[in-house]
Design a protein around this ligand. Structure first.
Ligand SMILES: [Zn+2]
Ligand SMILES: [Zn+2]
Length: 486
């Protein structure tokens, strides 16, 4: 086996023979030129691998528990990564990759050395990252690619065993030759998602919990802010911003005549693209704040497309993905989206050719939504006070049974939060006559004790109360039904 030191010595000799200026390379025969490139590339990979291993050792000697006695700390750096960044001249992210890949190399090497030198001892299991460490050492993947695979695949858990991650890593290493680090990272995350669907739902929930939006006033009176959104709502936000500034960024080339004026206006606007986005965003908030809370939006829905196979949708096993970003989306979120926005069926044949694109199946019309808004008065979830404009229409018959048939009696308004909770956590709503019952999952109520869902509309509540009073006074006949909304 050739050691890194031997490779570097060989390189030094070969480079010395080549001469040291572009003029001397101009005189080289073709084969010498190609050999030179090979030798130098080998040496560079060898240097990268050694840099990573050394960075990992530096990190070990700078462990947080050593405090100011740590190596990096003594040299005046806050972290070993900062020290690697400064010395190697790489980026912050590059330094993190070097240290992380170095740790994989060190862990794999430690176990393999122990097994080799002390076969009699009970050996610890080979780290799952071993294939990645080997690929780095053999020059099959760069440091950046190796770290992309490691970070994308994540850590083993009870449901994703180390062996499964090793297998996925081997598959990714084979693809590495044609993929950039960024593409590998995305592919690795997709493979991870394929290994475990509950993780997709759990991650989605954790990401939703991290969502925040903060705005504060600066000393000069300007308002600044920051926010964080999970992939699916985030994709919606991006699509809105896109819509506001689209023609600026190379926008649509083929446009309808009637859109031309709007697009020209945006392209010729003297404001910066960021300024356009800021102004447009505020305008949307203004429109939203002025909107009638008795209206259920929903006729114009976000341009986020989620793709899922019929098989996954019917079985509930698996997940779908956001069309533009490839991010995984849990089956619960997909069902929520379908419940409130409908579907378009796309049929592919065995060769993956598209043979049919069905018509959009919308579940509730704009008129039916107005009816729901009046009847329910907002989110029907017990204790929730979101008005109709915050709500989506949940279809109480599951998508499988409805096939586009939509009766307003089978719709219930739920705010986005409760709609997601319902689809993700196994709640159910059923209807008996005109009454709606909410059934909790067994984890919350072992006997699934149903809860009554009452309207939030003051008008309907008052009318119901009056009807009951009348019924008590005059047991028969029942009063004429009141007409709402006229
Ligand atoms: Zn629903
Ligand atoms: Zn709610």
């Amino acid at each position: 086996m050739r050691t890194p030191a031997a490779t570097l010595l060989r390189t030094a000799d070969a480079v010395a023979r080549l001469g040291s200026s572009p003029a001397s390379y101009a005189a080289l025969p073709k084969q010498d030129l190609l050999d030179a490139l090979q030798v130098i590339s080998d040496a560079r990979r060898c240097c990268d691998t050694m840099t990573a291993a050394i960075a990992a050792e530096l990190s070990r000697r700078s462990a947080p528990d050593l405090g100011s006695a740590g190596l990096a700390q003594q040299e005046g750096y806050r972290t070993p990564q900062a020290m690697v960044e400064a010395i190697t001249g790489t980026t912050k992210g590059g330094a993190v990759s070097i240290v992380e890949v170095g740790k994989m190399l060190a862990e794999t090497d430690a176990v393999e050395t122990l097994k080799r030198e002390h076969p009699e001892l009970p050996a610890p299991p080979t780290p799952w990252q071993a294939p990645i460490a080997h690929a780095v050492r053999d020059g099959k993947v760069s440091i950046a690619q190796a770290d992309a695979i490691r970070a994308g695949l994540g850590l083993p858990t009870d449901s994703v065993p180390p062996e499964a991650l090793s297998e996925a890593a081997i598959e990714l290493i084979e693809d590495a030759i044609t993929l950039t680090a960024g593409q590998l990272h995305r592919r690795a995350r997709q493979l991870r998602d394929d290994l475990n669907d509950t993780e997709v739902a759990d991650r989605e929930k954790a990401q939703l919990d991290q969502q925040h939006l903060k705005a504060w006033k600066r000393p000069d009176g300007m308002v600044e802010g920051k926010f964080l959104y999970a992939p699916e709502p985030g994709a919606f936000l991006l699509s809105v911003l896109d819509e506001l500034t689209n023609p600026r960024r190379g926008g649509p080339r083929f446009v309808k005549e009637e859109d031309r004026a709007r697009i020209d206006a945006i392209v010729n606007d003297a404001r910066s693209t960021e300024r356009l986005a800021a102004d447009g965003f505020l305008e949307l908030l203004r429109i939203g704040a002025d909107a009638d809370p008795g209206q259920v939006f929903g006729s114009r829905r976000p341009a986020v497309r989620v793709i899922v196979t019929k098989e996954t949708l019917e079985s509930g096993d698996g997940h779908g993905s956001i069309q533009d970003t490839g991010e995984a989306v849990s089956i619960g979120t997909i069902r929520r989206e379908i419940c409130s926005t409908g579907t378009v069926a796309v049929v592919l044949d065995d060769d993956g050719q598209c043979v049919n694109v069905g018509r959009e199946q919308r579940l509730f019309t704009a008129r039916q939504r107005i009816g729901l808004a009046v009847r329910d008065g907002g989110c029907m979830w017990p204790g929730c006070d979101r008005p109709p404009s915050w709500c989506e229409a949940h279809h109480i018959n599951q998508w499988k049974r409805d096939h586009g048939k939509t009766d307003i009696a089978d719709g219930v308004l739920l705010c986005k939060h409760h709609h997601l909770l319902l689809h993700n956590n196994g709640w159910d709503i059923t209807r008996t006559g005109g009454k709606y019952l909410l059934f909790p999952p067994r984890s919350i109520s072992p006997n699934r004790e149903p809860r009554h869902l009452g309207t939030k509309s003051r008008t309907v509540q008052d009318w119901n109360a009056r009807r009951h009073r009348l019924r008590d006074l005059h047991p028969a006949p029942p009063p004429e039904p009141a007409r709402l909304g006229d």
